[in-house]
Design a protein around this ligand. Structure first.
Ligand SMILES: Cc1cc2nc3c(=O)[nH]c(=O)nc-3n(C[C@H](O)[C@H](O)[C@H](O)COP(=O)(O)O)c2cc1C
Length: 337
């Protein structure tokens, strides 16, 4: 998989997720096998660039190449300016968000709402591609709703604008996150355009990753929710694609180490107050389905300091180690309570 001059080490990309794919999480996923990770979206509204949140989103210190930054907005000139600003902050790839169904984004006619207005799509892509020397990529859904699946038309517009890769989430905007992602539209786009296509949506296992790659003939896959609390999914998929065999689930001791390092990274990136709060959702994802985790999560969510949070995690994992060396997920926690 190649984007401009960037040759990725594999076909596995971390999907942009606002509130999740911050620098600590992107670095972690890259260290656990992802070939690339797209940042949380940065608004094209320059009035927000001075805010703490946007400055953090534009912070790529120490991040492994290539650094891909997603921008969101609907005004071609503002999007061009946002692209230039982020390149100046270290972005090596600019990704444009036309895939996000969030109300906050769609109400201002950005994200997936843009798919309704193809001439505007063309103007935005022309403006952004013309504004920066780095490769520009685009993320879309299959269309506005099931009656208006225009991914193919948008893909052609993107290709002629000079966009260098296209990620497609196999749902329409109207589908939000309901039902299942479909891959026929992604396969049709891949067959029709020459630029690299990335398949996205509901890829949760190594088998599903292979199935989607085989079915769509996509150049790469993008994984979002399945990586939450499971960053090792990238090495599991990488191994399966290379060998056809499964890696074992990680050992409890390794996950404990990974989570503790992740927590320290979050605390140092966000500071104690926000760090503890942002860490809660990650700790919940890491421990979901593990023996005794429901009670642990409830208690952990009340803790206010980094020391308390670290001690609670250490205690939970030392109890878990008693159940065996490898992670074991349980269907119903009450079975073991
Ligand atoms: C919490 C969350 C935040 C997201 N934020 C963004 C975003 O900022 N930009 C974007 O293009 N997509 C965003 N998405 C969509 C994901 O990138 C991805 O397309 C979607 O989750 C489907 O992939 P998955 O089934 O692997 O999760 C977000 C998804 C989630 C769950």
């Amino acid at each position: 998989m190649q984007i401009g001059s960037h040759i990725l080490k594999n076909k596995l990309i971390v999907a942009p997720m606002a509130g999740v794919t911050d620098r600590p999480f992107r670095q972690l996923c890259k260290s656990m096998g992802a070939g690339m990770a797209v940042s949380e979206m940065v608004s094209s509204n320059s009035l927000l660039w001075g805010s703490e949140k946007t400055r953090r989103r534009a912070n790529h210190e120490g991040e492994v190449d290539p650094i891909s930054v997603q921008i969101a907005g609907a005004d071609p000139a503002m999007m061009a300016e946002a692209a230039r600003y982020n390149v100046a902050q270290g972005a090596q790839i600019i990704d444009i968000n036309m895939g996000c169904p969030a109300k906050k984004i769609c109400n201002v006619m950005a994200g997936s709402a843009l798919l309704q207005d193809q001439p505007l799509v063309a103007r935005i892509l022309d403006a952004v591609v013309g504004a920066v020397r780095v490769p520009v990529t685009l993320k879309i859904r299959t269309g506005w709703d099931k009656q208006h699946k225009n991914a193919l038309a948008v893909a052609r517009i993107a290709e002629s604008a000079g966009v260098q890769a296209l990620a497609i989430h196999g749902r329409t905007r109207a589908c939000a996150y309901t039902g299942h992602a479909e891959y026929d539209t992604i396969a049709a786009v891949k067959a029709a355009v020459g630029i690299p296509v990335v398949a996205n949506g509901d890829i949760t296992t190594p088998e599903k990753a292979k199935e989607v790659l085989d079915y769509t003939k996509a150049d790469a896959i993008m994984i979002g929710r399945a990586a939450q609390g499971r960053p090792w999914i990238f090495r599991e998929i990488d191994h399966y694609l290379a060998t056809g065999t499964h890696l074992q689930l990680p050992e409890v001791a390794e996950i404990h180490r990974v989570l503790i390092k992740h927590l320290y990274d979050l605390y140092s990136f966000y500071g104690e107050y926000s760090g503890v709060r942002i860490a809660r959702k990650h700790i919940s994802w890491y421990t979901k389905g593990l023996v005794g985790s429901a009670g642990f999560r409830h208690a952990m969510n009340q803790l206010q300091s980094t020391d308390q949070q670290l001690s609670a995690v250490n205690e939970f994992f030392s109890q878990l180690a008693g159940y065996g060396r490898r992670l074991t997920y349980v269907e119903a926690e009450e079975l073991v309570a």
